[in-house]
Design a protein around this ligand. Sequence first.
Ligand code: SAM
Length: 220
Amino acid sequence: MIEASLAGRRAFILENTRLQAPPHTPELRLRLADEITPIWKLTEEALAEIGLPPPFWAFAWAGGQALARYVLDHPEVVAGKRVIDFASGSGLVAIAAMKAGAASVLAADIDVFCEAAIGLNAEANGVEVAFTEANLLDAAPPSSAEVLLAGDICYERPMAEAVMAWLVQGRAAGANVLIGDPGRTYFPKDGLVKLAEYQVPTTRELEDMAVKRTSVWTLP
Ligand SMILES: C[S@@+](CC[C@H](N)C(=O)[O-])C[C@H]1O[C@@H](n2cnc3c(N)ncnc32)[C@H](O)[C@@H]1O
């Protein structure tokens, strides 16, 4: 059983991941699971036994990789701005935004393991990222946020609908919104403008293809 504390979660992540470069953002380093540390392959029962929610933070999702690439290549989008990375997972997009010169980034994820993962990953890349486990969807996006980033958030219908409505609210309040998505079933293209398209290497252990065409979108 994983010790239920930040220190316990950090220790688990250090033992069960390797520091590696996500293929589409080779300038970053993240603690990720792979074939040597295959925590992906644990069944739901095995995960529950050790007290681990599905470890989304142990993989750089295609949507996040594309969005991180876009932010690194277009630093003007976040430079000097207060940014929220919604559904941050490993913190990949949040870290890319700090590397690109954001004034601050708040990484939000309802999985407390992300606090440990994002902390370790931010340290590995020499940046500071704030974290909240609060469900930001319970209220309108904080008015202080100038940029809302969201990587790979449309894999389940209720979440996709709730996040898209929240992002539209943020856009109406003046925030710039960027979304990375590899064509997930519940991603609504209507009303969005495509900024970039990439071929993102991923893993067949989690995805249907080894390379996924993935786009970055904005709300006009
Ligand atoms: C597919 S992962 C994407 C992670 C990261 N953005 C990336 O692209 O690598 C989705 C993440 O959404 C998080 N999530 C689900 N519901 C959420 C919510 N209401 N608020 C914040 N995060 C949420 C999950 O815990 C998970 O870490």
